[in-house]
Ligand binder design. Structure first.
Ligand code: BGP
Length: 459
C-alpha cells in the first residue's frame, strides 16, 4: 500500500436534500425557492428538468443506504430540508418529515454509516424568501430556530452537524451573478446576505452549545484557492482581493470569530459595507466552529485587470481582477473545469499555518461529466478518469496529512448522479449511474474502486 490513511478515516460521499429526495411537493413539504423559481422560469433549468422528483431518495432511502454500504461508506453527508421540516419556515413542524429524517438517520446508523448533517444547502423556504430571505434579520432567527428543532429531534444520533454548505454560493448566485433565485444583481445586498448568513450561522452555534448536544458543529466552505498569474504586485493584489472576498469572508468569521480587517476596509472604501448592529461582533465571536468541511473542485486563477471599468457597470468583485487561463492547465473536458490536484494540499497547508490546524475533512470533491453514457461498456460506466481524479487528490491529501494536517476524511460529490440546480442532470458526478427514466442505479467502475480504497483504508 503506497498511501495508508489514518485510523478511523471517514470515506463516503455527499449529497443534499433538494438534489436527491424528490417528493418536493409531497409529504407536507413547503415550497422552497427552487420549487417556486421553476414554476416561474422552467427555461432556466437544463432541459427544463426540476427537482420535483430528483433521484427519488425520499422513497428509496433504504435501498440507497444499502448501496452506500456496498461501496464501503462509513459516513455520508446530506442535508435536512428546512421547507420539508417546517413548511412555512417558522411555526408548525411537519410530522411526516420528522418520520422521514428519523428513518434515514436510523437506517444509516444501523448500517454503521455515520450521518453528517447539514442544515442549509441553497434551499430557502419560499415563505422565508417572501419576507426577504437572509436580507431580513427575522429570517436569521427563524433559521436558528429550525437548527434548534433539528438538534433536539436528531441530536441523539447525529454527532456531526454543519450549519451551511457553501454559503457564498447563494450570495453569488442570488445577488451577484444571476444563477439562483431571486436573481438580484447588487453588491451591497449580496454583502448583506453574506453578513447575515454569518450571523445566522453563529446563532445556530449558540443554540447548539446551549443544548449541550453531543458532538461537533461546523460549516462547509468551498475554499477555492486564488492563484495569481505571476508574482507581479498587481497580480498578487488581485489574488489577495479574491481570497478576501471569496474565501476569507466566511472562513475567518467561522474559524477565528472575526472578519479580516482588510476586507472591512475594502468594502468601506467602496461604500458596500452592510449595516452592523450592536452585539453583532460578540455574536460572530460565539460562532467559532469545531470542524470544517472543505469543498474543492478547481482553482481560481486571476490576474490584474486589463481594462477600465465601464462607469455605469454595477460594482462587482471583478472590479479588482480578471480571470486568467493558465496555458497548459489540465482540464476536465467534460465539464470545462481545470483539474489541479495540489489545490487540496495548499488548502490544508493554509488551514494548518493560518487557522490553528482545526479538524477538517474534504466534504466535496468530484468530477462532473456531461454525456457520461458514452463511457458505458457492457452496462457499466467505465469512469477511469474519475478514479484518476480521486486518486490524484487523495495523494496530495495524504501528503498534507503526513505533514501534520488534521484532515479526517474524504467525501466524493456525489453518491448517485443527482439533480444539480440550474444544471439539473447535465453533469454526472455519482459513484452510481442513475437512469432518469427507470430510476435504476448502477455502480460505476469508480464505485467499485472506492469500495476497495475504503476497505484497505488506502491504496
Ligand atoms: C457544488 C455544490 C453541489 C453540486 C456541485 C456540482 O458547488 O455544493 O450542490 O451542485 O457543485 O455542480 P454542477 O452540477 O454545476 O457541476
Amino acid at each position: 500500500m503506497n498511501y495508508q490513511f489514518p485510523k478511523n478515516f471517514r470515506w463516503g460521499s455527499a449529497a443534499s436534500s433538494t438534489q436527491t429526495e424528490g417528493a418536493s411537493l409531497e409529504g407536507g413539504k413547503g415550497e422552497s425557492i427552487w420549487d417556486h423559481w421553476y414554476k416561474e422560469q422552467p427555461n432556466r433549468f437544463h432541459n427544463g428538468v426540476s427537482s420535483t422528483n430528483a433521484s427519488t431518495f425520499y422513497e428509496n432511502y433504504k435501498s440507497d443506504i444499502q448501496l452506500m454500504k456496498d461501496i464501503g461508506h462509513n459516513s455520508f453527508r446530506t442535508s435536512i430540508s428546512w421547507a420539508r421540516l417546517i413548511p412555512q419556515g417558522t411555526g408548525e413542524v411537519n410530522q411526516e418529515a420528522v418520520d422521514f429524517y428519523n428513518n434515514v438517520i436510523d437506517e444509516l446508523v444501523a448500517q454503521n454509516i455515520e450521518p453528517f448533517i447539514c442544515l442549509y444547502h441553497f434551499d430557502m423556504p419560499m415563505a422565508m424568501q417572501e419576507i426577504g430571505g437572509f436580507e431580513n434579520r427575522e429570517v436569521l432567527d427563524a433559521y436558528a430556530n429550525f437548527a434548534e428543532v433539528c438538534f433536539k429531534l436528531f441530536g441523539d444520533r447525529v454527532h456531526s452537524w454543519f450549519t451551511f454548505n457553501e454559503p457564498i454560493v447563494p450570495v453569488e448566485g442570488g445577488y451577484l451573478y444571476d444563477f439562483h433565485y431571486p436573481n438580484v444583481v447588487d453588491f451591497k445586498r449580496a454583502a448583506t446576505v453574506a453578513y447575515h448568513t454569518v450571523l445566522a450561522h453563529a446563532k445556530a452555534v449558540v443554540k447548539f452549545r446551549a443544548l449541550n448536544t453531543n458532538g461537533n458543529i461546523g460549516i462547509i466552505l468551498n475554499l477555492t484557492p486564488s492563484y495569481p498569474r505571476s508574482q507581479n504586485p498587481a497580480d498578487l493584489k488581485a489574488a489577495n482581493i479574491c481570497d478576501l472576498m471569496f474565501n476569507r469572508s466566511f472562513l475567518d468569521p467561522s474559524v477565528k470569530g472575526e472578519y479580516p480587517q482588510e476586507l472591512i476596509e475594502l468594502l468601506k472604501e467602496h461604500d458596500q459595507l452592510p449595516v452592523i448592529l450592536e452585539g453583532d461582533c460578540e455574536l460572530i465571536a460565539q460562532g467559532k466552529i469545531d470542524v470544517l468541511g472543505v469543498n474543492y473542485y478547481q482553482p481560481r486563477r486571476v490576474k490584474a485587470r486589463e481594462n477600465a471599468i465601464h462607469p455605469e457597470a454595477p460594482f462587482m468583485p471583478e472590479h479588482f481582477f480578471d480571470y486568467y487561463e493558465m496555458p497548459g492547465r489540465k482540464m476536465n473536458p467534460h465539464r470545462g473545469w481545470e483539474i489541479y490536484e495540489k489545490g487540496v494540499y495548499d488548502i490544508l497547508t493554509n488551514l494548518r499555518e493560518n487557522y490553528g490546524n482545526l479538524p477538517c475533512y474534504i466534504s466535496e470533491n468530484g468530477m462532473g461529466v456531461e454525456g457520461e453514457e458514452k463511457f458505458l461498456v457492457d452496462g457499466q460506466i467505465q469512469d477511469d478518469y474519475r478514479i484518476e481524479f480521486i486518486r490524484g487528490h487523495l495523494e496530495w491529501l495524504h501528503k498534507g496529512i503526513d505533514e501534520g494536517s488534521a484532515c479526517f476524511g474524504y467525501h466524493l460529490w456525489t453518491f448517485i448522479d443527482n439533480w444539480s440546480w440550474s444544471n439539473a442532470y447535465k453533469n454526472r458526478y455519482g459513484f452510481y449511474q442513475l437512469d432518469l427514466k427507470t430510476q435504476k442505479r448502477s455502480v460505476k467502475k469508480s464505485g467499485e474502486w472506492f469500495a476497495e480504497v475504503s476497505k484497505n483504508n488506502g491504496f
